[in-house]
Design a protein around this ligand. Structure first.
Ligand code: ADP
Ligand code: GLC
Length: 482
């Protein structure tokens, strides 16, 4: 079986702050079916090595950017884990990146992760495993393809996946030496970005192929509004850039077996009504007469959460209700608190991170709101489809690729699965919510919309086939050039 090394800072079920972890956790299992064996290199944050039973030393460094380090092999939930045990970098409290403020040495911490990945690719592990492909995720792994080149490794292909271009791995030029980068790398055709180091840019320039997590975001990234300064670099790689839409874990997100809810399916939605009642009572939403909208999200402006705070009053006046779960920007958290306080019985709020509750919300909600200003892929609209919780999304990135708007043509053709709005502003969202209220009163039309969503193919099959095809292409190219 062909071999791929995934390099990531997060991976479900070991460590998660966002969708990257879900994707990293789902890829190994789905790629196995495509003939690719994936091992996943991630930092041994506190508890990670224990949880994965990672004890076998398969690689060792006398000095990895300031201290001794080892790679420990283990496994968890079907994922072949390689935990980078480097206590001077990763054995600390505060989450993977530091909370509430980022650790100042993050550039070095993740340069070390990338460096270790490239060393593994160069030399192989002591259990006789050497990858054919190195797959780097986001800025945290961005330097891995660069270290491959600097090490003169030509027989291992590399893929750089952008999950969110807002995070670029910026570091002052003075850190070049600490990050084991020669000064000759610090040029605008390599990793220099407006006078700083960008580890993401390094990966975008050096990887054999660049992917992102939806076709629409791939196109958007080459434009100024979305590229965040890297649009030129993306455009220069246009021929090697593709968008591969994320899937979801169809076992974890399955309304027919979900332990948090009363079971239901596309053939019988009866259980969903029971879940709705339970959710209404859990959030104290006794005064709603229309659709119950849920929000499960980081509370940030990327996610358009301020748009919800600004437009919700119209929706609740028209009978709608809102159940919100999330945390993030303190200003937006406060906006949400005010919204809930001003709308008792209509808007319920839980600040925090709660996976079990999120399942109950998808089980009981009528719609899920995802008004992101940009969204590389987005996962909650996919959970919404799977649970008959109709997605209401901004027309951008992966949201545009995964939801078919309930417009006249789509209604006539019987293909709509949710609602899209554009422009992504208060007016766009509030007009869309008016459409939702109107459609919700047509019960049979609404049920058809729910059922169509529930029948969508949302798993990883198509996407992992696309990744496998990309790995094949790159390894074939390597073979024919050597
Ligand atoms: P991003 O990674 O940009 O935050 P995604 O939609 O790709 O956005 O992934 C977010 C993931 O985190 C989803 O699995 C979502 O359900 C989960 N999530 C976000 N906020 C919460 C929360 N407060 N409680 C539980 N799960 C959450
Ligand atoms: C990032 C993006 C999100 C995407 C996730 C997984 O967190 O913001 O849109 O779904 O990565 O690819």
């Amino acid at each position: 079986m062909k071999k791929v090394l995934s390099v990531t800072s997060e991976c479900v079920p070991l460590i998660k702050t966002g969708g990257l972890a879900d994707v990293a956790g789902a890829l190994p299992g789905s790629l196995e079916a495509q003939g690719w064996h994936m091992r996943t290199l991630l930092p041994a944050y506190p508890g990670v090595a224990d949880k994965a039973g990672a004890a076998e030393v398969v690689f060792a460094f006398d000095d990895l950017m300031g201290g001794r380090a080892r790679v420990l092999a283990g496994s968890e939930a079907g994922i072949d884990v390689l935990a980078l045990d480097a206590p001077h970098l990763f054995d600390r409290a505060g989450g993977p990146y530091g909370n509430p403020t980022d650790f100042p040495d993050n550039p070095v911490r993740f340069a070390a992760l990338s460096f270790a990945a490239a060393q593994i690719a160069a030399e192989g592990l002591s259990d006789n495993w050497r990858p054919d492909v190195l797959h780097a995720h986001d800025w945290q792994a961005g330097l891995a393809p660069t270290y491959l080149r600097l090490n003169g490794v030509t027989d291992v292909a590399s893929v750089m996946t952008v999950h969110n271009i807002a995070f670029q791995g910026l570091a002052p030029a003075a850190m070049l030496g600490t990050m084991a980068l020669p000064l000759s790398e610090f040029t605008s055709d390599k990793l220099e970005y407006w006078g700083q180091i960008s580890t993401l840019k390094a990966g975008l320039v050096d990887a054999g192929a660049v992917t992102t997590v939806s076709p629409t975001y791939a196109g958007e990234l080459m434009r100024g509004e979305f590229g965040m300064g890297l649009e030129g670099v993306m455009a220069a790689r246009a021929g090697d850039l593709s968008g591969i839409l994320n899937g979801i874990d169809m076992d974890v997100w399955n309304p027919a077996t979900d332990a948090q809810i009363t079971a239901y399916s596309a053939t019988s939605l009866k259980g969903k009504a029971t879940n709705r009642k339970a959710l209404v009572s859990e959030f104290g939403l006794s005064r709603i007469t229309g659709p119950l909208a849920i929000v499960v999200s980081r509370l940030t402006s990327q996610k358009g959460m301020d748009l919800i705070a600004a437009t919700a009053h119209q929706f609740v006046e028209a009978g709608g209700g809102l159940a919100i779960l999330g945390s993030g920007d303190p200003v937006i958290e406060d906006q949400m608190r005010i919204l809930a306080r001003n709308n008792p019985g209509k808007v319920g709020l839980r600040i925090g991170y709660d996976e079990a509750l999120s399942h109950r919300m998808f089980g009981g909600g009528d719609v899920v709101l995802v008004p992101s200003r940009f969204e590389p892929c987005g996962l909650t609209q996919l959970y919404g489809l799977r649970y008959g919780t109709v997605p209401v999304v901004a027309a951008t990135g992966g949201l545009a690729d995964s939801v078919i708007d309930h417009n006249i043509m789509a209604q006539t053709a019987g293909v709509s699965t949710g609602f899209q709005f554009h422009p992504i502003d208060e007016m766009g969202l509030s007009q869309c919510l008016r459409r939702v209220i109107a459609q919700f009163s047509d019960k049979s039309g609404w049920t058809r919309l729910q059922k169509r969503g529930m029948k969508q193919a949302l798993g990883w099959e198509a996407s992992s086939a696309a990744y496998a095809a990309l790995y094949e292409k790159l390894t074939d190219e390597r073979r024919s050039s050597t």
